[in-house]
Unconditional design. Structure first.
Lengths: 363, 161
């Protein structure tokens, strides 16, 4: 069977914060960009982030993620150099640099001169008895249900994990009218920014650090959960069991980068726990070990959306520059973006990212 | 303790509370931000530069109590909802707290509600004096709450009964 292959300058895979910013930066530099996203609308996780973002005022801090999604999507859709394909799943990255794409039941192939992979991350799960009962969700799934579709998963929820996502989703569930029985966190400290923790706490949600879920209870669906304190070895402390009556359990125990396409492309991966799992080695221009293949956002290492946007823009700038675009403005823009990204990562909460990146950077 | 259960200790708070002499004079903002995180909107929010400018985006906000007049324009700019205005001059026995609020339904002006502390406990009766909500505030309302004066440093939320 004869297959048509279309040639494009830059393909960006994934239309979340990193992909949108990569597409815009490259297109603003003059390159022609094809942006592919498997969802029906652009924005990635931004479309359910109803809270105000942290970060730098000069880069949309204090704006809500949903508004940032709308703004970036609007810019992308109206940009004459960007072709945005939604509902388009990139299923293969072949040896000759050809991407296989499925859209609306049809298969087609594109051969980009440069590829920016901004596929994001997937939620991790947790092993405990009865964790397959209906009523147990990932925090991201719950956020989609509640904030995108306006559907509550239940009446009363236990949140597992006190990182930023767990605590923010807790807050959003309270806003949506659910009761939150508790947040449990296996680590001895809250991972989320403390201001987030303080706002759910004053709204009445207890936070139990050094605690985990022992098991879910119920026969056909979740009817409760048992939590208990754990010692430094992660073993349950006898006598600390608590029974909670809940119909929903929400797991927020971390994300792992979606690197399958990068692996297919032949990019060298390295396992870096601080970045969420396997990530591609990359240089300061976000180029992987396969020339012409760039990475940005959570696929490069799990981090905040504000960093993903900066990283996306950097990857877009470098990809466009390598094709000969924006040769005069490049250096000033590169330095500006890099400085902003470095400053986001510079404080004590950026330590984990910095130590992770030191293992993923080459050149 | 904040890092363990989400509640700041009295020692944490001691660094954030202006001197009694200043509190007695006029309203003032209290920035209950205890952790260096990459976040700076508060440092751009004040028309009188009572917070900021920051040298480093990870700086913890320090309020210049002489510049701050308690206008509260910064309250809705904080993504952490950690800025509160306290006015001890409001009444004989009552203080006024201006706090950010992002739940529905919004309370009515004049409504009696329960004042809630940082641990989520109801600690007093409180009265809603004003509900401020404009387009520019983008869905974060500011609620003015009259509370017993001795609880001005305790009440940071409320519950509609």
């Amino acid at each position: 069977m004869r297959q048509e292959i279309s040639f494009v300058e830059i393909a960006v895979i994934g239309g979340g914060p990193a992909g949108l910013c990569a597409a815009l930066e490259a297109a603003n530099a003059g390159a022609r960009v094809t942006l592919l996203d498997r969802q029906d609308r652009l924005g990635g996780q931004l479309i359910k982030q109803t809270h105000r973002f942290f970060g730098s005022q000069s880069h949309r801090a204090s704006e809500r993620g949903i508004n940032i999604a709308a703004e970036l999507t609007g810019q992308v859709m109206s940009h004459p150099h960007i072709e945005a394909l939604t509902g388009a799943t990139v299923f293969g990255f072949y040896e000759d640099g050809v991407l296989g794409v499925e859209r609306e039941g049809k298969i087609f192939f594109i051969k980009p001169a440069r590829v920016i992979v901004a596929t994001g991350a997937a939620e991790k799960t947790l092993a405990f008895p009865n964790n397959d009962l209906p009523g147990i969700y990932g925090a991201g799934a719950v956020q989609t249900l509640v904030n995108v579709y306006g559907v509550l998963p239940g009446k009363r929820v236990l949140m597992v994990g006190a990182g930023n996502i767990g605590v923010i989703v807790t807050y959003q569930l309270l806003q949506a009218g659910m009761e939150v029985a508790a947040i449990v966190e296996a680590a001895p400290k809250i991972g989320a920014y403390w201001v987030h923790a303080a706002k759910v706490r004053r709204a009445g949600v207890p936070i139990y650090t050094s605690h985990t879920i022992g098991r879910a209870c119920g026969t056909r669906q979740v009817e409760g959960a048992v939590i208990w304190q754990i010692d430094e070895q992660g073993q349950p402390v006898p006598g600390t069991e608590k029974d909670l009556v809940v119909d929903t359990i929400c797991l927020s125990v971390g994300l792992s980068p979606l690197v399958e396409l990068l692996a297919q492309a032949g990019c060298r991966l390295v396992y870096v726990p601080q970045l969420g799992g396997h990530v591609p080695l990359r240089d300061a221009s976000l180029q992987t070990t396969v020339p012409g293949v760039y990475v940005a956002g959570d696929a490069a290492g799990v981090e905040e959306a504000s960093a993903a946007m900066m990283e996306g823009a950097l990857a877009g700038l470098h990809a466009a520059y390598s094709l000969g675009y924006n040769q005069t403005g490049y250096e000033a823009r590169r330095a500006e973006l890099q400085q902003q990204l470095d400053s986001l990562r510079s404080g004590p909460v950026g330590e984990k990212i910095r130590s992770g990146l030191s293992r993923a950077m080459i050149g | 303790m904040l890092a363990v259960d989400g509640v700041p200790t009295p020692e944490d708070l001691a660094q954030k509370i202006p001197p009694p002499e200043r509190l007695a004079r006029r309203p003032v903002v209290i920035a209950e931000c205890f952790q260096p995180i990459p976040c700076d909107p508060c440092s751009h929010a004040c028309p009188r530069q009572a917070i900021g400018p920051f040298k480093d985006i990870n700086e913890i906000p320090q309020v210049d109590y002489e510049k701050c007049n308690g206008c509260g324009q910064c309250i809705t700019r904080c993504p952490g909802l950690a800025l509160f205005v306290v006015d001890l001059t409001y009444g004989e026995n009552e203080a006024l707290i201006k706090l950010p609020y992002e739940f529905l339904p919004l309370p009515e002006e004049g409504q009696e509600v329960a004042g809630v502390n940082r641990a989520g406990e109801k600690v007093c009766r409180a009265r809603v004096v004003k509900v401020v909500k404009t387009e520019k505030m983008d869905k974060t309302a500011v609620i003015w709450l009259a509370v017993p004066k001795d609880l001005a440093m305790e009440v940071r939320h409320f519950a509609i009964k």
